[in-house]
Write a protein that binds this ligand. Structure first.
Ligand code: GLU
Length: 281
């Protein structure tokens, strides 16, 4: 199939207007291209994922008129695959365990310096304190990081194609920028067995996703995904990062924004067409 996309919510709260926009847009794009729309439940964070939120996601999406093939992929069923990918990166000498907590990282990062970015798409740029630790030394309280300096050594020319409204075109990866503005990202978070970045590239490949449709807050993370796809020998899909739905003050909607939850609009008697209009579809 030449167009396969997905909606990949985390069942950690109610779907709001922003999710509805993302899901319906992806669904409409797949339909227009006579392609396929898939659903994936991103529930690796088992401390926050709840079955009732997952049930509500299915219910809201069906109500919006969306359909998808069964069974739905769930990340919590796939930890062994993520571990195998991590082993692959470890065998390449690209991983290390890290025991730093947030305040260790802040202290080691030191005072902000002019022109040196402090934050990247994976949060605060890691100062490298644990970089020389061996994987054989990894303990249950450690996270596992990617040594990005090693990972970009001898990097071939990599790029991705973006079709979204704000960054349309071909984006080449830049090894120096990855080191300076992204840093040593987390591949396995504490008590999660994986991380968003590691899981998303494996899942997109396994679902044969050709077009990733998602919010533009994830545009900067895409270079991480393209790098991981290259390291793991996975294909790079096309990307479409769409505008974000904001509240009346221009702020991005958050999961806890119950006022804009689809369930709230449903209870108020709104129709799926009303929701489409509200998000500008
Ligand atoms: N689970 C992510 C979220 O809810 C989606 C990430 C993606 O589409 O790549 O924001």
């Amino acid at each position: 199939m030449s167009f396969v996309t997905r909606f990949a919510p985390s069942p950690t709260g109610p779907l709001h207007l922003g999710h509805a926009y993302s899901a319906v847009l992806a669904h409409d794009m797949a339909q227009a291209a006579k392609g396929q729309f898939l659903l994936r439940i991103e529930d690796i964070d088992q401390s926050r994922a709840r079955p009732e939120w997952e049930a509500q996601i299915y219910d809201d999406l069906h109500w919006l008129g969306l359909t998808w093939p069964m069974p739905v992929m769930r990340q919590s069923d796939r930890l062994l695959l993520y571990h195998a990918a991590l082993d692959q990166l470890t065998d390449m000498g690209l991983t290390y365990p890290c025991r730093c907590n947030r305040s260790d990282i802040e202290i080691a990062a030191g005072a902000p310096q002019d022109g040196v970015p402090q934050f990247g798409p994976d949060g605060r740029i890691y100062p490298g304190t644990c970089r020389t630790r061996a994987m054989s030394d990894a303990g249950p309280k450690d996270v596992i990081r990617l040594n990005i300096t090693k990972a970009v050594t001898a990097l071939p020319a990599l790029s991705f194609c973006e079709t979204g409204p704000h960054h349309q075109g071909t984006h080449a990866l830049n090894a120096d920028a990855l080191v300076e503005t992204v840093g040593d990202i987390i591949l396995v978070r504490r008590q999660m067995g994986s991380s968003y970045h590691l899981s998303v590239v494996i899942d997109d490949a396994d679902q044969h996703i050709t077009h990733v449709v998602r919010g533009e807050d994830l545009f900067d993370a895409t270079q991480i995904h393209v790098l991981l796809q290259h390291l793991l020998g996975l294909p790079t899909p096309k990307y479409h990062h769409h505008r974000l739905i904001r509240d009346n003050h221009g702020k991005r909607l958050a999961k806890r924004d119950d006022a804009r939850a689809i369930a709230t609009y449903r209870a108020d008697g709104k129709t799926p067409d009303d929701i489409r209009k509200m998000v500008g579809l």
